[in-house]
Design a protein around this ligand. Structure first.
Ligand SMILES: Cc1cc2nc3c(=O)[nH]c(=O)nc-3n(C[C@H](O)[C@H](O)[C@H](O)COP(=O)(O)OP(=O)(O)OC[C@H]3O[C@@H](n4cnc5c(N)ncnc54)[C@H](O)[C@@H]3O)c2cc1C
Length: 400
């Protein structure tokens, strides 16, 4: 691994206007600087720089869509192979994580609450803890990570990484209240009444988007986000049909295969999958089959009924037998908080509405990540949360 990483680092041209950073990376990771420090045997400095720019650098190096971001913009890729930037970043961030020197500012005596321990909440908690705030994180699940832990499968993102983050966050003095959803017995107003100067909502998008066809409530039908939460408890049978063709659909398909399904078919509405090329290729290697231009009509006990959706397609309905049907067509953010806290305004898409500083319709209550944008990406959640941590800091200092 290290030899490969060193070889890759040696191929970097140190472009004066690095497209990998400027055009490719949504959080503008200083890739040439990372590679320069690495080659000069200054790996700890590189790791420190990566963490300060993106506290989830180690995660992003594994789960970002590199082919469309940093690596897709590498000039080396124009006539040949792009540099494997993600491997270099992963090597640095992973090997140095435990040795990172995180020095929180002295306590400023102010408390902030973070609701949700996904990428958005983790980012806010770390940045504010480093600024001297006392942070408490409230999380519905028993462990941190959000979709990183309860959605993305272990074979793509080892959960041990999230356990390492938990340890690091505890070292920063961050407190956790696991198995505790805000919006039930305890609401946002309770937090404000208790003296939290500001509240952050990073509750993500966990409500499955429905297909809206007959049969969706049958016992052989499951939603991707529920299945991935704990695949061990599902008995899918031998033949599994997946509806949807994004990255979540590939995760579901590949997980079902690893859990013993003999035939897994992804039914794609159009001519192409929307998953990244890498995820698509891996799914094919794993043995997943694809059927294109299939528009679902209804679900029955024996499988799913489709019509061919192509321009010259046969519009007659046809049953495609399956023991179970998994629906992976994204999620919406309507969770307990969004529906129960009536003072929180929603935007036209049903997501939490915020202003340009990430503040919701409730003063001092901020939000970012999927709950604001709808289902997006890890790096998008981190990039905007970084900004919002600064806005929360300004707000709390101005409202002492
Ligand atoms: C199957 C799947 C695969 C994906 N793969 C990728 C990928 O490879 N790369 C990529 O970049 N993105 C991927 N994504 C998208 C990415 O995971 C999300 O965009 C990202 O996790 C959003 O971060 P977040 O912090 O906003 O929300 P989440 O990760 O959803 O975290 C929200 C947290 O809030 C908690 N919570 C919710 N309600 C409450 C409440 N009322 N009180 C307390 N806690 C609460 C939840 O339990 C959760 O822990 C994938 C998504 C899915 C579904």
């Amino acid at each position: 691994m290290s030899v490969h990483v060193i070889d890759e680092a040696n191929r970097c041209l140190q472009c004066p206007n690095p497209r990998c950073r400027e055009n490719g990376c949504p959080i503008h990771t200083n890739i040439p600087e990372m590679i320069r420090l690495f080659k000069e045997n200054r790996m700890m400095e590189a790791a420190q720089m990566l963490f300060e720019n993106n506290p989830l650098s180690m995660v992003c190096s594994l789960v970002c869509n590199h082919e469309n971001q940093c690596e897709g913009n590498c000039v080396r890729g124009i006539k040949g192979e792009s540099i494997h930037i993600s491997s270099i970043e992963n090597y640095i961030s992973d090997s140095c994580f435990e040795r990172l020197e995180l020095k929180p500012a002295p306590s400023n005596g102010m408390k902030a609450a973070v609701i949700g321990a996904g990428p958005a909440g983790i980012t806010i908690a770390i940045i504010l803890a480093l600024k001297g705030y006392s942070i408490t994180v409230f999380e519905t699940h028993d462990k941190i990570g959000g979709i990183l832990r309860y959605g993305i499968p272990e074979f793509r993102l080892p959960k041990s990484i999230l356990d390492r983050y938990y340890k690091k966050m505890r070292e920063l003095g961050i407190k956790f209240r696991p198995n505790f959803a805000i919006g039930g017995s305890t609401g946002i107003q309770d937090l404000l009444n208790d003296g939290y100067k500001s509240v952050f909502i990073g509750t993500g998008a966990w409500k499955p988007r429905k297909l809206g066809v007959p049969g969706e409530t049958f016992g052989n039908v499951f939603y991707a986000i529920n299945y991935l939460n704990n695949p061990d408890v599902y008995e899918l049978g031998d033949k599994v049909a997946i509806i949807g063709a994004g990255n979540a659909a590939m995760d579901v398909a590949r997980t079902a295969i690893r859990h013993g399904a003999k035939e897994v078919v992804v039914y794609v509405r159009g001519d192409e999958v929307s998953a990244s090329k890498a995820e698509f290729e891996y799914a094919k290697v794993d043995g997943v089959k694809f059927e294109y231009r299939k528009s679902i009509v209804r679900i029955v006990d024996e499988g799913a009924v489709f019509i061919d959706d192509g321009p010259d397609g046969d519009k007659t309905e046809r049953l495609y037998p399956a023991d179970s049907i998994l629906i992976a067509i994204s999620q919406v953010p309507q969770d307990r908080i969004v529906t129960h806290e009536k003072e929180l305004k929603l935007n036209e898409n049903g997501n939490l509405a915020t202003d340009s500083k990430g503040e919701t319709s409730l003063a001092g209550v901020f939000a970012s990540g999927d709950v604001v944008t709808g289902a997006k990406t890890v790096v998008a959640a981190v990039a905007v949360s970084k900004q919002i941590a600064e806005d929360m800091d300004r707000y709390m200092k101005a409202n002492l």
